[in-house]
Design a protein around this ligand. Structure first.
Ligand SMILES: [Cu+2]
Length: 124
């Protein structure tokens, strides 16, 4: 029992570290332009729903919704966005370490809403 609890705490710690490793990019002068990755939200998917990033790179996720004010909740980063149709919502990321960061739609958008999720996969 005690060992199980310890293992769970270690796992939670690892997940928190992965989240903390991703910080909002401070767009320092002369640091070069961030890579722009386009993402589309529609009932009931993000396209693409898996986005590969490299640790240390600065990126901007340019997100469009085509049909609804979908949400994008990224618990590991303590961040959420509303994705308003007709607008491009920018999410700046500067991952520092490998890991996976999940995101979900948190604006109920109909039957299938629960399947609307994706993730950033950060490699070394
Ligand atoms: Cu949705």
């Amino acid at each position: 029992m005690k060992r199980l609890l310890t293992r769970r705490l270690v796992l939670q710690g690892a997940m928190a570290t992965a989240g903390a490793a991703i910080v909002r990019a401070g767009l320092a002068q002369g640091a070069g332009e961030p890579r722009v990755i386009e993402l589309t939200a529609r009932r009931f998917v993000y396209e693409p729903n898996e986005i590969a990033l490299k640790a240390g790179e600065r990126v901007v996720i340019a997100i469009k919704s085509v049909d609804f004010v979908h949400g994008m909740n990224i618990p590991d980063l303590g961040k959420r966005l509303d994705l308003v149709p007709g607008r491009v919502t920018r999410l700046e990321l500067h991952p520092q370490a490998p890991g996976e960061i999940d995101f979900v739609c948190d604006n109920f958008c109909g039957d299938g809403h629960e399947q609307m999720h994706g993730r950033f996969v950060v490699s070394a």
